[in-house]
Every structure is written in structure tokens, then in C-alpha cells.
Design a protein around this ligand. Structure first.
Ligand SMILES: Nc1ncnc2c1ncn2[C@@H]1O[C@H](COP(=O)(O)OP(=O)(O)OP(=O)(O)O)[C@@H](O)[C@H]1O
Length: 476
């Protein structure tokens, strides 16, 4: 029986492995222990309540698929959670993973519109139906940390949420790079409107989904029903409009829907990964509509905002960490809030697995294990490694306070390289050299830049160091 359950679970793992990232697999599935298989029910042991909740929230569809393919559509899954004293909870918690024929998968997944039960094409009378907005409740303003990076977008979003369709911000277009909070912000607007104006029909839809619905409507000869459905929306939230690029027919239909809603005083909220002026493959008339209201960008969060975001996320899980750990995390992950969240989650998982406190050591080892190869190559450590090897100084001396010329020069080169090869702000570079302030870094960068102009050997040295990172030459 034991062998059978292990084999069964290994088969599940092989299926899941193909569907998720290596890191997620290692973090969330490798620690699971299969315990029993009986009456079509697989019992697995997970290390903590947090694990169980995470799997249920994020990997329900992966598990369902694996169970379907190994046990069959009637397969069930049960959890046993290891409690703090190392014992298993008894009886096991039954995981809410029903057989496929009464599946709840769709609810657990990202909004998957249209849902057959509520197909927009069958919609006859809005009043008689409870409509799904496809909003995720956790995306609220309260959880969206404000900083210089998002102040305008957040304020405009609040204004729109308070008076949908009645401000000049129509459409409201939020744009910005990957993982900077566009979806969170536009969903927060939708959630707040739903709270304050329960009668309004708020609809969130990704551009991809909108396009698929449109293509299906063409195929089913139901364009009119499709358009009519959208014309009944009071607040239309469309995510990732850059995906409309090059899709002329979808753009045309969207243009008509847009015009109609706008003229009727309905609110339109859009997100894009770039500014309207940079949206290639988009009809001019649509682009000009996008610019009618307010366009606000989300930028990379600054250090203080990153600290606040980390604090908030940990607070939500009732976890407190020392400021030096917070500072380390905020200095190490600069670009993307999603990445920042990923690290926090891995950190919590590691702490839960190893039953350790989240301290600097755990933060460093967790972070180290999740940076990808390219980042590894250009990590602070690797750059300092190249410099210390080249000049034959040890790391502590390089980072330390010694003012001897033979140490100052490599230190200034290291600062220069960090400035050139990473996106780290000057303050963070200083942090890696015993907490020196940004003016020391500016001075070092200037000194090396000038030396390169006047002294060919310095220029050659830098060139050599850069080639270690497969860069063709010095970036000016
Ligand atoms: N200011 C913020 N405060 C709190 N959480 C944030 C903030 N900005 C982003 N996040 C979180 O970061 C994660 C990524 O955000 P989101 O998915 O909204 O980014 P996005 O810009 O839509 O990314 P993509 O371009 O990949 O679609 C989410 O979990 C979100 O809650």
C-alpha cells in the first residue's frame, strides 16, 4: 500500500512539474509526504497550515489536474498538517478539492470569463441575474501601498472610485512595467466601486479574454449579443490593452463599445504595459480616446515604499521581522513588486519548513537560492567577486574603511561597476560598502570616469573587468 501511494504521488508530481516553475515546485511540492490512498482519496502531509492555505489558494488547479489524470475524475485529496510540536493533526483536514464533475476549479483560477453558467451571450435581463465582476477581493486600496512611484495613479483611482463616470478621468489609463501593481490598482478601483455602489455593474476583463470572447462571438454568430452585453456595463475595467495591438477587428468593436459607454457617462479604466504614445499597432482613433481622460504611470517603488510593502505583506500574515532583514530585502530587490512578494513568500515558506525565525541569515540564503542565473551573474556579490580577484584584495577590505591607496582604488572601481552594471541606486551601493552615503559613491564614480579619460591603463582595466560579464565594452 505504501509503495502504491508513493508511486501515485510521484505520478502526480511528474504532472505538476510540467505545469509550474522549478522554484515553485521545489518550494511547495517537494516537501509534501504522501501518506495514504484509500477510497479514491489521497492523503498527503504538508508541513504547516500556511502551506496548506498556499496550495489551496495557488495550486488547486495543478493538484486537480494531477488527481484527475492519476486517480480519475472522482479522485479526492485530503491534507494532514504537521502542527508545531511536530505531530500531525488528527483527523486530517479535508481539502476542498471535489471530484471534477462538481468542480470548483473555475473559482480558484484567475477570472475565466465567460463562465458557461453566466455566459454573456445568453444574458437577457441584467436585473434577474447576479453578475460576476471577476474582481479579486484581496486587491483593495487598503493593501496598495502608496509611494512617489504610484501617487498620481492611486489618487486618480480613488477619485474615480468615489465618482465613477463623473470625473474628468475617463478613461483612466494606468500604465507601467511588469509587476508594478497595475492589476492590483485597477481591481482596487473596481472593488471600491462595488462596495460603494452595489447597483453598478462593474466588470473586469483582461484584453486577452475580451479578444477570445470576440473571436468566439464571430464563430458563433453572436457579435450583437457580445456587444450588447458590454454596453450594459457601468464600469468597464480592461487589463493589458497593449494586447489589442494589431487586432483590427477587435479594436473596431472595442472602439464602438468604448464610445457608447463614454457617451453614456459610464466609467472606463484601462491598463497597459506602456504609455499610449508607445502603443504600436493601435488605431489612431483608439489611441486618441485613450488620452481623453487621465494617463498615470506606475514606476518602480523607491526604497521606503519597498520597506512599507514588505512590512504590510508580513503584517498580513502576522509576522514581524527585524529592521536589518527588512532593509536587506528592500535593498536586494529593486525592480518589481511581484518579485519582492515572491521572495517574502519563499522566506515564509522556508521559515515554516525549517521552523526558524526569519533572520538575516535565512533571508540571504533564501534570496540566493531564488535569483535566476542572469541575475546571479550580475549580482552585487559576483561583481565584487570579480573586483576582489582582479586586485587580490579581500572582500572585507574592499568593503571596509581602509584609506590606503591600494585599497581605495579597487573600492572605487567596485562602486563604479555596481553603478554601471546594476540598477541599484547610489544609496544602496553605499550600503554594500559599510553604509557609506551616496556622495561617497558619486565621488568614486567621478574619480574612475575621469581616470579612464586620462589614463589608458585604467580604461583597459575597466574594459577587462567588464568582459568578465560578457559585455562588449565600457558603457558610458
Ligand atoms: N503599491 C503596492 N502595494 C502593495 N502591493 C503591491 C503594490 N504594487 C504591486 N503590488 C503587488 O505586486 C503584485 C504584482 O502586482 P500586479 O499583478 O498588479 O502587477 P502588474 O503591473 O499588473 O503586472 P503585469 O504587468 O505582470 O500584469 C501583486 O500581488 C500586487 O498586490
Amino acid at each position: 500500500m505504501q509503495i502504491e501511494v508513493r508511486e501515485l504521488w510521484n505520478n502526480c508530481l511528474n504532472i505538476i512539474k510540467n505545469d509550474i516553475s522549478e522554484q515553485s515546485f521545489a518550494t511547495w511540492f517537494a516537501p509534501i509526504v504522501p501518506l495514504k490512498f484509500q477510497n479514491n482519496t489521497l492523503l498527503i502531509q504538508v508541513p504547516s497550515q500556511f502551506f496548506y492555505e498556499w496550495l489551496e489558494e495557488k495550486h488547486v488547479s495543478d493538484l486537480r489536474k494531477a488527481i484527475d489524470l492519476t486517480i480519475g475524475r472522482h479522485g479526492m485529496l485530503e491534507y494532514s498538517i504537521v502542527v508545531d510540536n511536530g505531530d500531525r493533526k488528527n483527523p486530517p483536514i479535508t481539502f476542498n478539492l471535489p471530484p471534477t464533475n462538481q468542480t470548483q476549479n473555475q473559482q480558484a483560477k484567475a477570472p475565466n470569463f465567460p463562465n458557461p453558467a453566466k455566459s454573456p451571450f445568453e444574458l437577457k435581463n441584467l436585473d434577474s441575474l447576479e453578475l460576476d465582476s471577476y474582481l479579486i477581493p484581496k486587491y483593495t486600496f487598503d493593501k496598495f501601498i502608496e509611494g512617489d512611484c504610484n501617487r498620481l495613479g492611486r489618487a486618480a483611482g480613488m477619485a474615480v472610485a468615489n465618482k465613477p463616470g463623473l470625473t474628468a478621468f475617463n478613461p483612466l489609463m494606468i500604465y507601467g512595467g511588469v509587476g508594478l501593481g497595475k492589476t492590483h490598482l485597477i481591481q482596487a478601483i473596481g472593488n471600491q466601486i462595488k462596495d460603494s455602489f452595489p447597483d453598478k455593474f462593474v466588470l473586469y476583463v483582461s484584453t486577452e479574454k475580451f479578444t477570445n470572447q470576440f473571436v468566439n462571438a464571430i464563430r458563433n454568430n453572436s457579435i450583437e449579443a457580445f456587444t450588447n452585453f458590454y454596453l450594459q456595463v457601468d464600469v468597464l475595467i480592461i487589463d493589458d490593452v497593449q494586447f489589442l495591438s494589431g487586432k483590427e477587428k477587435t479594436q473596431e468593436t472595442f472602439f464602438n463599445i468604448f464610445n457608447h459607454l463614454h457617451q453614456s457617462g459610464k466609467q472606463i479604466i484601462l491598463s497597459s504595459d506602456r504609455a499610449p504614445r508607445d502603443l504600436a499597432g493601435m488605431e489612431d482613433r483608439l489611441l486618441s480616446r485613450f488620452k481623453w481622460g487621465l494617463t498615470a504611470d506606475l514606476q518602480q517603488p523607491d526604497f521606503e515604499t519597498r520597506i512599507a510593502i514588505i512590512q504590510k505583506k508580513l503584517q498580513e500574515d502576522g509576522i514581524q521581522i527585524d529592521f536589518d532583514v527588512l532593509e536587506y530585502l528592500a535593498h536586494s530587490i529593486q525592480t518589481n513588486v511581484r518579485e519582492l512578494e515572491g521572495v517574502i513568500i519563499s522566506l515564509m515558506a522556508q521559515a515554516s519548513l525549517t521552523r526558524k525565525e526569519i533572520d538575516l541569515e535565512l533571508a540571504k540564503s533564501t534570496l540566493k537560492s531564488i535569483v535566476n542565473e542572469q541575475e546571479k551573474e550580475l549580482s552585487v556579490e559576483s561583481i565584487l567577486d570579480v573586483v576582489t580577484n582582479h586586485f587580490d584584495v579581500d572582500l572585507d577590505t574592499l568593503r571596509g574603511k581602509c584609506r590606503k591607496k591600494e585599497n581605495v582604488f579597487p573600492r572605487q572601481i567596485a562602486m563604479y561597476m555596481l553603478k554601471e552594471l546594476t540598477n541599484l541606486p547610489l544609496k544602496s551601493i553605499g550600503y554594500h560598502f559599510g553604509g557609506r552615503d551616496h556622495s561617497t559613491v558619486i565621488h568614486a564614480v567621478q574619480a574612475i570616469s575621469e581616470a579612464m579619460e586620462t589614463d589608458q591603463s585604467v580604461e583597459k582595466t575597466i574594459r577587462n573587468l567588464f568582459t568578465r560579464f560578457n559585455l562588449k565594452g565600457v558603457q558610458s
